[in-house]
Design a protein around this ligand. Structure first.
Ligand SMILES: *Cc1c(COP(=O)(O)O)cnc(C)c1O
Length: 355
């Protein structure tokens, strides 16, 4: 008799849960750090016409040469550094992890953080080690340095700023960690347009640093494109692990078009940064709500009863992300994406009702 999935699938996978995405049809969607703004109508029309001419009968340029060159210019990638493309930065995390996955090798990250670091480490048979942040979600640098000495990680992930907390670790601490480990440090700058801080220009200073970014939070989450900047010595190895045609022709064409008009997305990001300030003050004024400082396009908030508030918001048509139960430091925490002024108003009145 044939064996069952339970018998054949690896035990660590049997124990995992599939990445859960809530149904958001008809909801005010403030759960996934998306840019709420669309492209202006004229750009939509131009993009549509351009995509219609893309040769979808042909395989993509495997490494996305033209797009990589454009990213290099637009994102000020330093001379001598290379760029590698991913089907979202999730794809890049997988490539990096698989390339470094010697049996028993350690992957280290502050905790709580983006779940994909641990998930990929587990899938690759590496040992994930999270180092708890301080209660205010700042980096516990001393604990992290101690853990680096104890575990000798092959790979260190630092989200700059961090998700789901929004905390921007001090650049001096980041520098200290990069120098303290002989493993590879991946600085995940998914929110760089909102933080306006980056280590990109400093890549040449650190032989064990690569900078990872995504266009998702910038306003292109649907096309799935991430990019990694670093020295050719690292990137040529990760390139061997890359799925041959990981970035499709429509994504490459759309990204080239939109990057040519990057000022439009940057203006949207500036609007969101302005709205972030307004939303922060309004959230902080609600009784019983703690708002943690954020350099990203979302806020981690703590409410008296997270599960109840989440359910109430949902029933009022507002979707945020509930982190209660995900980590001891995230008790009663909800993560709220900065939306349009209208969306933020709806959120605030629904949250007032939910409390
Ligand atoms: C959203 C996010 C990503 C994922 O980006 P994709 O390119 O959409 O896969 C990576 N890192 C962090 C910290 C994020 O918050």
């Amino acid at each position: 008799m044939a064996k069952t999935a339970q018998q054949l699938v690896r035990p660590e996978i049997l124990q995992m849960q599939a990445y859960h995405v809530s149904d958001s049809a008809g909801m005010v969607k403030l759960d996934a750090m998306e840019n709420p703004y669309r492209l202006p109508p004229a750009m939509k029309a131009e993009l549509g016409a351009l995509l219609a001419e893309v040769e979808i009968n042909r395989y993509p340029d495997p490494t996305g040469t033209a797009l990589r060159e454009l990213l290099r210019q637009k994102m000020q990638v330093p001379q001598g550094m290379d760029v590698l493309l991913g089907n979202g930065s999730d794809d890049l995390i997988q490539m990096i992890t698989f390339a470094l996955a010697k049996p028993g090798a350690v992957v280290m990250y502050p905790d709580p953080t983006f779940v994909m670091y641990k998930l990929n480490a587990t899938l690759a048979g590496m040992k994930p080690v999270g180092v708890q942040t301080n209660a205010d979600f700042s980096l516990d640098c001393e604990a992290f340095l101690g853990a680096v000495g104890e575990h000798n990680p092959a790979l260190v992930y630092l989200a700059y700023p961090n998700n789901p907390t929004g905390a921007l670790f001090e650049s001096g601490q980041i520098e200290e960690l990069i120098r303290a480990t002989d493993g590879l440090v991946v600085l995940d700058e998914a929110y760089h347009v909102f933080a306006q801080k980056s280590f990109m220009s400093r890549l040449p200073e650190f032989p064990n640093l690569v900078v990872m970014r995504t266009v998702s939070k910038l306003g292109l989450a649907g096309i799935r494109l991430g990019y990694l900047a670093g020295s050719p010595a690292w990137l040529q190895e990760f390139n061997k692990v890359r799925q041959a045609y990981n970035v499709n022709v429509l994504t490459q064409a759309a990204a080239i078009y939109v990057l040519g008009k990057l000022d439009v997305l940057e203006a949207q990001a500036a609007t969101i940064r302005g709205e972030r300030k307004v939303l922060r003050d309004c959230l902080a004024a609600l009784p019983g709500v703690t708002v943690y400082p954020s350099a990203a396009n979302f806020f981690l908030t703590r409410v008296p009863d997270g599960v109840r508030s989440f359910a109430s918001l949902k029933s009022q048509g507002v979707l945020v992300r509930n982190f209660h139960g995900a980590h001891p430091l995230l008790e009663n925490c909800l993560r709220i994406t900065v939306g349009t002024p209208d969306e933020n108003r709806i959120l605030l009145s629904a949250l007032r009702e939910a409390l």
